[in-house]
Design a protein. Structure first.
Length: 326
């Protein structure tokens, strides 16, 4: 057992050193014409993407993966097209509401569509806080979501089910015409951004609310962005079985469940992304339980190895602060 632990730590150190040595290698990426696929001139890590003179990946739009307030995992994403149409995905904890509000205000103050993957505090806490404090200088035009009956949440996660009630109450402060229950296969167009709903919530017994995440595939400037929420292995298996290869294949993927114990490797292989978005703090990125890299019980290092094997070497992580791709 002692020898096994030594080898485990050595493997973690080797992965860490590989990441450090490539940390400042910037990838140059641009959309090709016609089919919307990405072409990479080199592979590496980086906080920004160069796309050539006068050109950007999203052609005047942007994708932002927002940083957490206090080193906790959470998911808060903002998409904006070149005309200013704004989409928010989840939003993070209640304590992330101020930063998210500031970002929205700087982008014009009007959210055309707010998408919810699932009702956990680290995903919808900020939205509940914002809706319950209408004095903020932002406007929300539409909210898209799919919730199970309250009795299901009471049964599978009774300790967290009050949050679902809080979310329902907060949503009820909006006019009914702004609230939209999504269905599998539905497509929503917001300015030059298109969203496709890939599944209805899977109501499973294992890690139930995480596995009930709704996956959305967004398109901005013909670049596809797949948001998985907190889907775990069970939901990922169903998604892989019930979703076409075309719908799964995406240029950019949000790493499920913050990059650890999310969907399995075969799902990421089917997605075959060029860019990975990691909504995880430094300790989770390094699987650091307090005694250094690899000392925790999370599976982030294993997932990072998968992505490396799949050729994904452009990684954006909130451990480095707000991450924006233009």
């Amino acid at each position: 057992m002692k020898e096994f632990n030594i080898w485990k730590k050595l493997a973690a150190c080797m992965l860490f050193l590989n990441i450090v040595f490539t940390a400042f290698h910037i990838q140059t990426i641009s959309p090709t014409s016609g089919d919307g696929n990405l072409k990479a001139n080199s592979m590496g890590f980086g906080p920004s993407i160069a796309t050539g003179p006068g050109s950007r990946l999203f052609n005047g739009g942007s994708l932002s993966l927002l940083a957490n307030y206090d080193k906790r995992q959470m998911l808060s994403m903002v998409l904006q097209d070149k005309n200013g149409n704004l989409i928010v995905i989840d939003g993070g904890w209640d304590i992330d509401a101020d930063h998210l509000t500031d970002v929205i205000e700087k982008k014009g103050g009007r959210v055309s569509a707010w998408f919810i993957t699932h009702p956990h505090s680290d995903h919808v806490g900020a939205l509940v806080q914002i809706l319950n404090n209408p004095g903020r200088k932002i406007t929300i035009d539409n909210v898209y979501y799919s919730l199970a009956d309250q009795s299901w949440y009471d049964k599978v996660e009774s300790s967290r089910s009050n949050l679902v009630n809080d979310l329902r109450s907060a949503l009820a402060t909006l006019p009914a015409e702004k609230l939209h229950v999504v269905r599998k296969g539905e497509e929503i167009k917001v300015g030059q951004i298109r969203a496709k709903v890939l599944n209805d919530p899977y109501l499973l017994d294992a890690t139930s609310v995480n596995n009930s995440s709704v996956a959305y595939k967004f398109f901005l400037n013909n670049v596809s962005i797949l948001v998985l929420g907190d889907m775990g292995p069970d939901a990922g298996k169903i998604l892989l079985e019930q979703t076409t290869k075309e719908d799964l294949k995406s240029d950019i993927v949000q790493m499920s469940h913050h990059g650890q114990y999310g969907v399995n490797r075969d799902v990421y292989a089917a997605i075959n992304p060029k860019i990975a978005l990691w909504p995880c703090p430094l300790w989770l990125w390094n699987n650091d339980g307090g005694s250094g890299i690899g000392s925790g019980d999370w599976k982030t290092l294993e997932t990072r190895q998968w992505m490396d094997e799949l050729g994904v070497k452009l990684n954006y992580c909130i451990k480095d602060g707000d991450q924006t791709i233009y």
